[in-house]
Design a protein around this ligand. Structure first.
Ligand code: HPA
Length: 234
C-alpha cells in the first residue's frame, strides 16, 4: 500500500508518531533516540522511521512547514496508516517577556489566522485544542522530571514573514505564549478524524527581544524536549 505522499507498508507505522518539521530532524531522532529504527518512507525526502524507545514502538516523520504540509501527512497517517497519536515537536517564537528562549511550551490550544478549521466547521470558529490525555501525560512527566514548562495557547501563523507585526502585541495581550506554523492545522485534522494530537515546542527565537538560540543551544534544548516527549508516551 501507499498513499500519494507516503510509501510505507500498511503496518509499518507505530500508533504514535512524533513529527518534527524537518525530515532530517526525524532522521536524527531515529538514529539517536530510537532502537532498531528503520526508514519506511522517503517520498519527497520527507523521511519517516519506525523503531522502539525503551521497548515501545514509536514512529517519527517530518511534517514540512506550515498547515498545508502537516495536514497532508497527518491525514494520511491517521486515515490510511491507523495512527492514533501525533505529537508535533517543533520550534516557536516567543511573544511575551515571561517566556524565554530555550523554554519548553506545550500547546494546550492553537489560535490561528488560517481559514482551515472554518472550512471544516461550516465557517464557525473551532477551538483547536490538544488531546487532554496526551497533554496530561507530558505535563505529568515534566513535573516528575522536574522540567519547567509553559502550558497554554499558541498562535499558528500562515505567514512567517508577516505583514502585520502589530498582531504580536495583540497576541501578548491575549495570553498567547508563542508563534509557530502547524499546531492549529494538526489539531483540526485530529478532531475531524477522531484522533489525538499534541504539539510541544522549544522557543528558538524571541520576537520582542530579537534574541535567537545558537545551533548548539537548539540541539541541547531539542534533546530535553525529546526526552520529555518520549518519556511521556511510555
Ligand atoms: N514565527 C513563526 N514560526 C516560528 C517562529 C516565528 O517567529 N519561530 C519559530 N517558528
Amino acid at each position: 500500500m501507499a498513499t500519494p505522499h507516503i510509501e510505507a507498508q500498511a503496518n509499518e507505522f507505530a500508533k504514535t508518531v512524533l513529527m518534527p518539521g524537518d525530515p532530517l530532524r526525524a532522521k536524527f531522532i531515529a538514529e539517536n533516540f530510537l532502537d532498531d529504527a528503520k526508514c519506511i518512507t522517503r517520498v519527497r525526502n520527507m523521511f519517516g522511521y519506525t523503531g522502539t524507545y525503551k521497548g515501545k514502538p514509536i514512529s517519527v516523520m517530518g511534517s514540512g512547514m506550515g498547515i498545508p504540509s502537516i495536514s497532508i501527512y497527518a491525514t494520511e497517517l491517521y486515515k490510511d496508516y491507523g495512527v492514533e497519536n501525533i505529537i508535533r515537536i517543533g520550534s516557536c517564537g516567543a511573544v511575551r517577556d515571561d517566556v524565554k528562549i530555550r523554554d519548553v511550551i506545550i500547546g494546550m490550544a492553537a489560535s490561528t489566522d488560517s481559514n482551515v478549521n472554518r472550512q471544516r466547521f461550516n465557517n464557525c470558529d473551532f477551538a483547536a485544542c490538544a488531546d487532554f490525555s496526551l497533554l496530561k501525560q507530558v505535563v505529568d512527566t515534566a513535573e516528575r522530571l522536574n522540567k519547567p514548562v509553559h502550558v497554554g495557547n499558541v498562535f499558528t501563523a500562515d505567514l512567517f514573514y508577516t505583514p502585520q507585526p502589530e498582531m504580536f502585541k495583540k497576541m501578548e495581550q491575549h495570553g498567547i505564549l508563542a508563534v509557530e506554523m502547524e499546531a492549529a492545522g494538526l489539531y483540526g485534522v485530529a478532531a475531524e478524524l477522531g484522533k489525538k494530537a499534541l504539539a510541544v515546542f522549544t522557543v528558538s527565537d524571541h520576537i520582542k527581544t530579537g534574541e535567537q538560540t545558537t545551533a548548539d543551544e537548539r540541539e541541547n534544548t531539542f534533546k530535553d524536549m525529546m526526552e520529555l516527549t518520549l518519556e511521556s508516551i511510555l
